[in-house]
Design a protein around this ligand. Structure first.
Ligand SMILES: Cc1ncc(COP(=O)(O)O)c(C=O)c1O
Length: 441
């Protein structure tokens, strides 16, 4: 990016609009897993989950142009496309007898009806309102390092961790994790129990102070928390505890869903069953498209209470693009590809931990992996600078990753789902060069 463009950007957008990397890059074109700068330099994209079926995916581009050239109108007319997209989306959740179900009765989550929106934030707003309408209570429990969106109500879930007094309807609990745990030395089972006690206290506190419990909201794989390995059993037990207290379970699948983990849904990997599912980012491969899905009865109670309408949502354009994305994932069997490429990449990164104490933990699912950078001591301290340095060095070599997590010290690897074995090999060669440069440093 030229200095001139940065200066103009600061003036046009206001300084402070975030940019990646010490030396930001300017991009002009994308294709598949590749991005290009104005000089034709190619970058391999290991960051972007929105273009899940690849940048400038031909099927999506064709569906988008065809639909926009035919009809695009708001949702208060009958149109086949959006009904089909809602049906397809609901059908992607395991319904009825489900061999994967952690529930003793073996049923899957009955996701029947869908409310479309344009951003993850809006879809989370709908989910919170839906839970509040259904329960008649206001309280929401989230983790202490989460991010669910940027509206005032949704961002309060993030801010409540730092200023609980300002958010009496929200309780945050320590995000469940096994690396750098809240009780050092505790077994995974004891850790799950410790985190469940925090949840129990949060629910009791909401009850005793007035708001009561409407819902818990979790990103199904705790992406923004840094993809921690969740103590086994925590998620299903937490969901059961919430339901026992009369609350609903909201799975935020904005990052976790749509094949990211090698399964359609992150909750299938984490082993719990939601009442309400929020999806966003990858749904439109770049076209703003998000959804809140739940049992028909929950959706209809919300519709009655709110008379909800969203101008740009549930449009023929969203439908055409949303269907093309699902077709592409299914017909290219991307879930299998994600599982196999992701497993190989995780294994290769795990092998590189040997003799490198800064690589405290390698974890994640499918094509969403994290390397937690630490100081290498016996009681590991987060090393954000290292994660940032690795991301910048990889960028200089033409590979785009970022840093994330509660302490910003997790190297975040989250390529489009079409990222293949050859791409992974290319990335690992660059990662090895970074290791060679920094080993001993
Ligand atoms: C887990 C999660 N939920 C919700 C959102 C909000 O989505 P949007 O930026 O489309 O509003 C994000 C955005 O990063 C997210 O990571």
């Amino acid at each position: 990016m030229t200095e001139d463009l940065r200066t103009r950007r600061d003036r046009a957008l206001g300084a402070g609009a975030p940019l990646f990397y010490n030396e930001p890059i300017e991009l002009v074109r994308g294709e598949g897993v590749h991005l290009y700068d104005p000089h034709g330099r190619r970058y391999v994209d290991l960051y972007n989950n929105v273009p899940c079926v690849g940048h400038a995916n031909p099927r999506v581009v064709e569906a988008m142009t065809r639909q926009q050239a035919t009809l695009n109108v708001h949702s208060r007319y009958l149109h086949e496309g959006i009904v089909e997209l809602a049906e397809r989306l609901a059908g992607l959740h395991p319904a009825g007898p489900n061999p994967d179900s952690p529930n003793p009765d073996g049923t899957g989550p009955p996701i029947e009806s869908v409310i479309f929106s344009c951003s993850g934030t809006e879809a989370v707003e709908v989910a919170l309102a839906m839970a509040r309408v259904a329960t008649g209570r206001r309280g929401i429990v989230a983790t202490d390092a989460t991010y669910h969106g940027n509206s005032e109500a949704v961002h309060a879930l993030t801010r409540a961790a730092t200023d609980p007094a300002a958010h009496p309807e929200i309780r945050t609990i320590p995000f469940p994790r096994q690396f750098r745990p809240i009780e050092p030395g505790a077994s995974p089972t004891a850790l799950a129990a410790a985190h469940l006690r925090h949840l129990e206290e949060a629910i009791a506190s909401l009850r005793d102070t007035g708001p009561g419990l409407a819902a818990v909201i979790f990103c199904s794989i705790l992406a923004n928390e840094g993809l921690p390995d969740i103590p086994p059993g925590f998620m299903p037990a937490a969901a059961a505890m919430v339901r026992e207290a009369g609350g609903l379970v909201i799975a935020d699948e904005v990052q976790a869903g749509y094949g990211r983990t090698g399964r359609w849904w992150g909750y299938q990997v984490s082993g719990f069953e939601p009442d309400i599912v929020v999806t966003g980012k990858p749904m439109g491969n770049g076209l703003p498209l998000s959804a809140t899905a739940a049992r028909r009865e929950l959706v209809e109670r919300f519709r009655r209470a709110y008379r909800h309408f969203n101008t740009f949502a549930a449009s023929p354009l969203q439908a055409a693009v949303g269907l093309a994305v699902i077709d592409e994932i299914e017909q290219r069997d991307l879930l299998s590809q994600v599982a196999s490429v992701g497993t190989g990449l995780k294994q290769a990164l795990t092998e590189r931990m040997v003799g490198r104490p800064w690589m405290g933990d390698v974890r994640g699912h499918g094509l969403f992996l994290g390397i937690e950078a630490v100081d290498g001591g016996p009681d590991p301290v987060p090393d954000r600078d290292r994660a940032v340095d690795v991301a910048n060095r990889l960028k200089d070599k033409g590979f785009l990753v970022s840093n994330a997590g509660a302490d910003g010290n997790v190297v975040k690897i989250r390529p489009p789902l079409v990222f293949g074995h050859d791409d992974a090999r290319e990335f690992l060669a660059a990662f090895d060069e970074v290791l060679a440069e920094t080993d001993g440093g």
